[in-house]
Design a binder for this molecule. Structure first.
Ligand code: KIV
Length: 272
């Protein structure tokens, strides 16, 4: 067995223990074998096969066109390269609109190598979260800005800025944890709200554009590498680590170190 293949497998218990110790962990998207191998040997604890692949790989202007088969294909690739990271898979748009559909889609992705599935939404996810969890499929609930609902939301903007909206997100986070969610992901919410939810949650909370208080951070790989989509201004929470380092491996390692040390995200990456 090679040194890389003998790396210890990250599990949900590993992440729970990191949270209990008050430490931080770094997570990242990857969509193919070579990046999966690189990031999982550079300290990344969770690889997300995200529906962001619709934008960064397929060139769509949203995540909506991504299918379960697209995620399954990239999961196969990531699984082959992975050296011990926990693999999270997105259930794409309209693949969990009903309870039976969420079971079918999630089971399909678990058979392709996912260790946990991620669903976007709020209170309405509670029934599916319970069903999946009871049947052995861990769930990460993605809250705050949920890009699959971009047409309802009306733009990629910060969520939970007014007190009522913040209280709803906090309540829904509690509800989803009670329904069995093994992890929460907060996208584009104010720092204080993310800190309150992280403090109140017994499960690990991952953030993107949610400030430094969450237990883990996530980034889209291409953002970390400074690869901008033509004509689109990178969001405030993005940092190109490659711009400060020499190689892709060094950039991923710098991201991991910055997250674990609590120096990323810095105030300029956060929403007050
Ligand atoms: O699909 C994705 O990459 C995501 C992250 C932005 C969290 O959901």
């Amino acid at each position: 067995m090679s040194a890389q293949a003998s790396q210890r497998q990250t599990t949900l218990s590993t992440l729970d223990a990191i949270k209990r110790r008050g430490e931080k962990f770094a997570t990242l998207t990857a969509y193919d074998a070579i990046f999966s191998s690189l990031v999982s040997t550079a300290g990344i604890k969770v690889i997300l096969v995200g529906d962001s692949l619709g934008m960064v790989l397929q060139g769509h202007d949203s995540t909506l066109p991504v299918t379960v088969d697209d995620i399954a294909y990239h999961l196969d690739c990531v699984k082959r390269g992975n050296q011990g990271a926990l693999i999270m898979a997105d259930l794409p748009f309209m693949s969990y609109a009903s309870e039976s559909q969420s079971l079918e889609s999630a089971a399909h992705l678990m058979r392709h190598g996912a260790h946990i599935v991620k669903l976007e939404g709020g209170a309405w996810l509670a029934t599916s979260t319970r069903l999946l969890t009871e049947r052995g499929i861990p769930v990460c609930a993605h809250m705050g800005l949920t890009p699959q609902a971009i047409n309802r939301i009306g733009g990629y903007r910060v969520q939970g800025r007014n007190p009522d909206q913040a209280a709803t997100i906090l309540e829904e986070a509690k509800l989803l944890e009670e329904a069995g969610a093994a992890m929460l992901l907060l996208e584009c919410v104010p720092v204080d709200l993310a800190a309150t939810i992280t403090e109140a949650s017994g499960v690990p909370v991952i953030g993107i554009g949610a400030g430094p208080a969450t237990d883990g951070q996530i980034m889209v790989l291409h953002d970390l590498l400074g690869m901008e989509t033509t004509g689109i201004k990178p969001p405030k929470f993005v940092k190109s680590f490659l711009a400060e380092t020499g190689t892709i491996r060094e950039a991923v390692e710098a991201y991991v170190q910055a997250v674990e040390a609590g120096t990323f995200p810095a105030p300029e990456h956060c929403f007050a």
